[in-house]
Design a protein around this ligand. Structure first.
Ligand SMILES: NC(=O)c1ccc[n+]([C@@H]2O[C@H](COP(=O)([O-])OP(=O)(O)OC[C@H]3O[C@@H](n4cnc5c(N)ncnc54)[C@H](OP(=O)(O)O)[C@@H]3O)[C@@H](O)[C@H]2O)c1
Length: 333
C-alpha cells in the first residue's frame, strides 16, 4: 500500500480520488486550503495537509517537516486547479504556476515521489481539427481557452523538467455525483428546457468520475512514466444524444430552444464585462463561447486503456443514470 498526496482533495474529482484511495487501502494525505470545505472529506482515515500552493518556500518547509517525521509520498496526484476565475491571469497563476511550485518544493525538500500525476484537461489540446476525427496525442495542441492554455503550459513544464517522473492525464468532460456544471444541463432538462447554440451539432466525449479515479490509481501500479494520456469512456456522443439519454432517464419531454451563435457571442461578451466590473465569476464568457462553438470534442483514449488495462465501466447512459439517481437522492433534482 502507498502513501498518496492528493491536492484539490476538497473538490468534485479530488473527493472521489480520496475515497478511491482509501477503498484501495492507501494512506491518503489530502492537501487542502484552510478555507476548503470538508463536506466530502469526513472519513477519519484522511490525513489533512494544509497547503499554500502559491508559496514554494512554505511548501518546501512543510515537506521537510513531514520528512523529519518519517513521512514520504509514494505518489502525488496534483489535481487542484481552477476552471472558472474572476481574472483570466488566475488560470496561469494556479493551473500552471502552482504546479511548478508544488513540483519545485518537493524536489527542494528531496521528497520526490515515484510519480507526480498531473490532472490536466482535454482543453489543453483544444478541439479536434480533422473533420470529426477523435483528437489524438500526435495532434498539435491548440487550446481555444485561457484555461486550456494554462494546462498546456503546466504540461510543457512537466515534460521539460527532470526533477521527478510524471504522468499526465487529460480527462474530457467529467461528470458524476457532486458535480455542479453538467448539473445545470440536467436541471434544465428536468425543467423541460433543451437549449442548443447554433444549428450545427457538437461531438462530445465524457468520462464518469468513478472511471477517472480508477485509471489514476491503476496508473500507480504500472512502470510507465513520463507520458500523457487522454481519458474518455471510449465513445463519442452528439449533444442531441446526450440530451436524449437524459430525457429518457428523467422521463421528461422538452421544449427545444436554438439560440443563434452570434447572439450567444454578444450576450457572453456583455456578461463577461459585467462580471469583471462587479468582480464576480461568470462562466458565460468568451472562453465558454469558444468551447460551445467548437464542433469536435471527441478524443482517442485507446492508449490509456492499453497501458493501464483500463476498461471504463460507465457508458454515458449508465453513468448519467447513477448521477441522476444521486442528484435525486440528494434533492438536487
Ligand atoms: N470537472 C471536469 O470536467 C474536468 C475536466 C478535465 C480536467 N479537470 C481538472 O480536474 C481538476 C479538479 O477539477 P474539479 O472538477 O474537481 O474542480 P473543483 O470541484 O472546482 O475542485 C477544484 C479543487 O482545486 C482546489 N483549488 C482551486 N483553486 C485553488 C488554489 N488557488 N489553491 C489551492 N487549491 C485550489 C479547490 O480547493 P477549494 O475547495 O479550497 O476551492 C478544489 O479542491 C482540475 O485541475 C481541473 O482542471 C476537470
Amino acid at each position: 500500500m502507498a502513501n498518496v498526496l492528493i491536492t484539490g482533495a476538497s473538490g468534485f474529482i479530488g473527493s472521489f480520488l480520496v475515497e478511491k484511495g482509501l477503498e484501495l487501502g492507501h494512506t491518503i494525505y489530502a492537501a487542502i486550503r484552510q478555507s476548503s470545505s470538508k463536506k466530502y472529506l469526513q472519513d477519519k482515515r484522511i490525513n489533512f495537509v494544509y497547503v499554500q500552493l502559491d508559496n514554494t518556500e512554505s511548501l518546501t518547509q512543510q515537506w521537510k517537516q513531514l520528512k523529519a517525521e518519517g513521512i514520504h509520498f509514494d505518489y502525488v496526484v496534483h489535481n487542484a486547479g481552477v476552471t472558472k476565475v474572476r481574472d483570466n491571469d488566475e488560470f496561469d497563476q494556479v493551473n500552471n504556476g502552482y504546479t511548478q511550485n508544488l513540483m519545485n518544493s518537493l524536489a527542494q525538500a528531496e521528497m520526490q515521489p515515484k510519480k507526480f500525476i498531473f490532472v490536466s484537461s482535454l482543453a489543453a489540446y483544444g478541439p479536434g481539427k480533422d473533420n470529426f476525427q477523435p483528437i489524438k496525442d500526435a495532434d498539435i495542441p491548440c487550446p481555444v481557452t485561457h484555461y486550456g492554455k494554462s494546462k498546456l503550459k503546466a504540461e510543457n513544464f512537466l515534460k521539460e523538467q527532470d526533477l521527478m517522473p510524471y504522468l499526465i492525464f487529460r480527462p474530457t468532460g467529467v461528470y458524476g455525483p457532486r458535480e455542479t456544471d453538467y448539473y445545470t444541463f440536467f436541471k434544465s432538462i428536468n425543467n423541460h428546457i433543451e437549449v442548443y447554440i447554433g444549428s450545427s451539432s457538437q461531438l462530445l466525449s465524457f468520462i464518469h468520475v468513478f472511471d477517472l479515479v480508477d485509471v489514476i490509481f491503476k496508473s500507480m501500479n504500472s512502470e510507465i512514466v513520463n507520458k500523457a494520456y487522454f481519458v474518455t469512456d471510449g465513445n463519442s456522443y452528439t449533444t442531441q444524444q446526450f440530451a436524449q439519454i437524459t430525457k429518457q432517464l428523467l422521463q421528461k419531454r422538452t421544449v427545444r430552444i436554438v439560440i443563434p451563435a452570434f447572439i450567444v457571442k454578444c450576450v457572453f461578451a456583455v456578461t463577461e464585462r459585467w462580471a469583471r466590473f462587479r468582480n464576480q465569476i461568470t462562466v458565460l464568457n468568451k472562453d465558454k463561447y469558444n468551447e460551445l462553438i467548437s464542433e469536435n470534442w471527441s478524443c482517442n483514449s485507446t492508449q490509456t486503456m492499453i497501458d493501464f488495462n483500463f476498461k471504463p465501466e460507465y457508458t454515458l447512459k449508465k453513468g448519467v443514470k447513477v448521477t441522476l439517481d444521486w442528484y435525486k437522492k440528494n434533492k438536487w433534482l
